[in-house]
Unconditional design. Structure first.
Length: 994
């Protein structure tokens, strides 16, 4: 026996892995950027929302220039990185009170710049390999454009790097995209890198200060590998498993066979590993030719202590497979072991606590089970009279795995919250307009003031509610702000839950007049802020998200929300918050000669510090609580399963609507989707064949073909539609990604718009029921810099001079006069049905009441659907199993949304979507949606419609299957009936109104 242990000790020592990187090192996330790719225009519209941003400020961040640095106004800022399959993205919002950049090429480091240091591809040791140093110049916003120079490696060509900058009130913002083909290869999720982000200031013609994200100080080059932070390519929300830094195997044995003559396996975990060993994994199986159930067949001990069910972190006390529900191990510690193979091939699915598990693996936390500094012994003992060998393998990992059971909440006890549709429509608040045009709202005894500012050509600002250029005149309930160039006439309308502040802008000149405006509230006592629906998680936040054009300030008792009240403000404005301030600004508006434009801002007063109050009131005001049909599913346009499998798939989805995806194939030697005229150039008989196959599989199903109105990759498109090209800020023909998806603008009267209508007609001729319109509002870029067309509204305006730099076009505004009439025709031909991707940007589109889902590569994207159709399209990045899809539905409910399927995964049973549709929303909340026909929830509560409605309840367990035995009491209070939903985490309920 001693010899055996010695041999295993030698084996374990031989299997130790390089541990140069300690688990104590901090790791920083680089968030995945979901489609569409962000526009590199310097606005930070998308990049500011990414998780994992850094704040660079104060002396603690200086690596150079402590004597010259004059405070945060001299140099400070925020910086963030993100990635997708094509680019590494960098963005920085820099506070710099004196901009100086007069240099080109390798000298740009002498002026203001952003420096990015990388080590990629990653090496486990901190070796000086694969080290990169990029210096990005914002330019001087005059005759020097943004530039990039690669200082290391010196032979690298920056030609494929995209960069853009924008002048701001406090300094500048800069964005850049580095193609992975330059860096070597695109990363996989949870791959590693090292990095540092640095801001450099030069108030004169020499470098004065550098702020860095890295706390490491050393002499030499700022981008030295020794200074770089540890990073990981994370999920879209910035999360990553703790295993991303740790080593998977500190030691691992070969497979061993235990039988009647050799019942025990003992393995030594050497003393040298005890400080790092976190998880023990045992893989075990009773060797048999096929999966054939199992029995309690082994003991597992650590240092003589027998492991029990509560010690296992990879499964709970019970496991489920097929129709069986078994104990994980017996009361004396014998572990259920399957008959079959160690890989689990050919097995049915195994679950524990609603999570799919490996049928042959058992994991245990070692933290409190090992003796530090000493050899520790793990033993497996075969305890069965069966003749089959017990095949087993032991490994030790540095990974820390969160216990499966700890993530699952029990059903609540005690009093439950009552949840019903009605949110009070009348709010107790008062308002007034000052003689200077300032707007005041008072709630809870506290008065809040909104100040509005309008840019002048001086350059200066004219204001309602503050000092500035021009003068104000009040006549009755109207205040007029007058300058030499323009007038603003302000009136206010009072409603039950809000006021609408209406401003009439009048250009008094015979010239195109740049007219930036902003509305701000200094909200003393601010506890939480929401910027375009997203919680502000740092000192400041900024977003430009037309589907959710709101900014909110909440304290402990209530709050105020600013909401765009007109289409121009909704599309062009940026929402922001810093400190106690919330605001909304439009930095793109110009008025043509003598033009008059009506804009509006709505102020909602909340009597509770609950942002959902605003969401539900705004939905009522916007009249968007219309009926959503379904269930729906995205299907492969090229190839569908055989008929029996297709029937099972559609039945599992409970699908009433099937959307055929775009079709992929060989395009210019690459695998790509056919868009626009390339669609017409192909033989797409498969499209019609699949439509008929779907109808055969499920009679009555509505089948919709894919349509995209901005991308076209036909043979001669670039020449045919030369005047309709979407031009980016660098003057190039924009592409969605990879160079295979050129972008165009279907504005009224354009050749490209006419071609899109012909392509729609081809789809109708195939016999489809309705149309699916992908990226209905825009594709990838908000703005086009083409000089071939103009929307008569939008321009680049210098924040320094307040003068127009150049005309540009807002793609949503420019194309709306084409898209709205086309949508109206599609709705009519589709007998009321038209499905799109992405919520509307304007009231005109909103009022059409078309169904729009939101893609969920990042689940927080659903914030963009909360003020329109609360409908999630399944996550195409992570959903791979029916259980994944069910969990995805529960995550969508966290945002008050119902669900359409995306990934082609299904079980042999109906899911929660069986009871989701049709639904006419009445109220949404965190974890539930109440519709006129039904309530869907993943949380507990007393749910009802505030009346005597009868209902039936369907409960789904953690595996996503309906549990018909789950009892739901009916509670009657004050003449109203409620379903008493008490469900643990991972469960859900559908309450169907009768």
């Amino acid at each position: 026996m001693k010899k055996s242990i010695k041999n295993l000790l030698l084996l374990a020592t031989a299997l130790l892995l390089n541990t140069a990187l300690g688990a104590q090192d901090k790791i920083y996330p680089i968030a995945f950027v979901s489609d569409p790719p962000p526009e590199m225009d310097g606005s930070m519209a998308r990049m500011a929302r990414l998780a994992g941003s850094f704040t660079l400020q104060d002396k603690s961040g200086l690596i150079f220039g402590e004597k010259q640095w004059a405070g945060n106004q001299d140099l400070s800022g925020t910086a963030v990185m993100g990635y997708d399959n094509n680019y590494l993205y960098i963005a920085a919002d820099v506070c710099d009170d004196k901009l100086m950049q007069n240099f080109h090429g390798q000298d740009i480091w002498k002026g203001d710049h952003v420096m990015v240091a990388l080590q990629y591809p990653y090496t486990p040791l901190r070796e000086s390999k694969n080290v990169w140093c990029f210096v990005f110049s914002p330019g001087n916003f005059d005759d020097i454009k943004p530039q990039v120079y690669i200082f290391d490696p010196v032979t690298a060509d920056p030609a494929g790097i995209r960069t853009a900058s924008r002048r701001t009130d406090k300094g500048y913002s800069l964005e850049a995209a580095i193609p992975w083909k330059l860096l070597g290869k695109a990363p996989k999720r949870f791959d590693r890198l090292r990095f540092d982000l640095m801001l450099s200031d030069s108030d004169s013609e020499f470098q004065e200060a550098i702020l860095s994200t890295s706390p490491i100080r050393r002499k030499g080059r700022p981008w030295h590998i020794a200074r770089q932070l540890e990073g990981v390519f994370a999920k879209a929300d910035g999360t990553f498993p703790s295993t991303a830094l740790a080593q998977e195997y500190l030691m691992k044995t070969p497979e061993h066979r235990l039988n009647a003559n050799n019942k025990n396996l003992k393995v030594v975990i050497p003393a040298a590993l005890t400080a790092k060993a976190r998880t023990l994994k045992v893989a075990a199986v009773l060797d048999y030719k096929v999966f054939a159930g199992g029995q309690p067949a082994m003991y597992i001990t650590v240092n003589g202590k027998r492991m029990m069910a509560q010690d296992c972190i990879s499964r709970d006390g019970r496991i489920q497979f097929g129709n069986h529900d078994m104990a994980t191990c017996t009361n004396d510690g014998r572990w259920f072991t399957t008959y079959g193979n160690l890989a689990g091939k050919g097995y049915v699915d195994f679950h524990s606590s609603g999570v799919k598990i490996h049928p042959c693996e058992y994991e245990f936390e070692l933290k409190d089970k090992l003796i530090a500094g000493k050899d520790n012994i793990v033993e497996i003992e075969r305890v069965t009279n069966r003749q089959e060998d017990l095949i087993c393998q032991i490994s030790v990992s540095e990974y820390e795995t969160k216990p499966l059971r700890s993530t699952l909440k029990a059903a609540p006890t005690g009093e439950l919250d009552t949840v019903e549709p009605d949110i009070p429509s009348q709010v107790d608040f008062s308002w007034r307009m000052g003689n200077d045009g300032a707007v005041y709202v008072t709630a809870g005894g506290v008065e809040r003031k909104m100040v509005s500012s309008y840019s002048t050509q001086t350059p200066d600002w004219a204001r309602f509610g503050g000092a500035g250029e021009g003068y104000r005149e009040r006549i009755g309930n109207q205040v007029t702000l007058k300058t030499r160039e323009f007038e603003v006439v302000r009136t206010i309308e009072k409603l039950a839950d809000r006021i609408i502040v209406r401003d009439k802008l009048i250009n008094l000149t015979d010239n195109i007049l740049p007219l930036m405006y902003k509305h701000e509230i200094d909200f003393a006592g601010l506890a939480r802020a929401y910027v375009a629906g997203y919680p502000r998680r740092s000192e400041s936040g900024v977003n430009n998200l037309p589907p959710h054009p709101a900014v909110a300030a909440l304290n402990t008792t209530g709050g105020v929300v600013m909401l765009a009240g007109d289409d121009i403000t909704q599309v062009l404005s940026t929402e922001y918050s810093h400190g106690n301030l919330i605001g909304m600004k439009n930095e793109r508006l110009v008025l043509t000669p003598k033009r008059t434009l009506d804009i509006a801002i709505e102020l909602y007063v909340l009597e509770k510090p609950d942002y959902w109050y605003f969401i539900n009131r705004a939905r009522q005001a916007w009249n968007v609580n219309f009926t959503l049909p379904g269930a729906g599913a995205f299907m492969n346009g090229r190839r569908l399963p055989d008929l029996p499998k297709l029937k099972s798939q559609l039945n599992a989805y409970s699908a009433k609507i099937a959307i055929l995806s775009g079709i992929y194939g060989n395009l210019n030697g690459q695998y790509a989707a056919f868009h626009g005229l390339s669609f017409a150039e192909q033989d797409f008989s498969c499209y019609k064949d699949n439509m008929e196959k779907l109808r055969q599989a499920k009679p009555g199903i509505k089948v919709l073909p894919y349509f995209h109105s901005f991308i076209s990759n036909g043979k001669n498109d670039k020449e045919r539609f030369a005047d309709d090209r979407l031009i980016d800020s660098n003057g190039n023909h924009a592409d969605y990604s990879t160079g295979n998806y050129p972008l165009y603008v279907p504005y009224p009267g354009s050749k490209f718009a006419a071609a899109q209508e012909e392509l729609l007609e081809k789809r109708w001729q195939m016999g489809f029921d309705a149309i699916y319109w992908d990226e209905t509002e825009y594709s990838r870029l908000f703005y086009s810099f083409s000089d071939k067309y103009w929307d008569n509204t939008t321009a680049v305006i210098s924040p320094k001079t307040h003068r127009m730099v150049r005309k540009i076009s807002s793609v949503p505004l420019l194309t709306e006069d084409w898209r709205v009439p086309v949508a109206e025709k599609l709705i009519k031909r589709g007998k009321g049905l038209l499905i799109g991707n992405g919520a509307p940007f304007t009231k005109r589109m909103r009022d059409l009441h078309t169904v729009r889902f939101i893609e969920t590569g990042s689940i927080t994207n659903l914030i963009l659907g909360q003020l329109y159709t609360p409908l999630a399209l399944g996550d195409h990045l992570t959903v791979r199993t029916p259980l994944d899809a069910y969990k995805d539905m529960l995550r969508a409910l966290d945002f008050g949304c119902v669900y359409y399927y995306y990934s082609p995964t299904f079980g042999n049973y109906p899911t929660l979507t069986e009871y989701m549709f049709p639904i006419t929303p009445m109220r949404m909340g965190n974890g539930f949606i109440i519709g006129k026909e039904r309530i869907i929830t993943n949380c507990s509560g007393l749910f009802g419609w505030g009346d005597q409605s009868n209902f039936e309840v369907h409960i789904f367990d953690r595996s996503g299957k309906e549990d018909p035995k789950y009892s739901v009491p009916v509670v009657e209070r004050n003449g109203k009936r409620y379903a008493e939903i008490r469900i643990p985490g991972g469960y859900s309920a559908a309450i169907i109104r009768k």
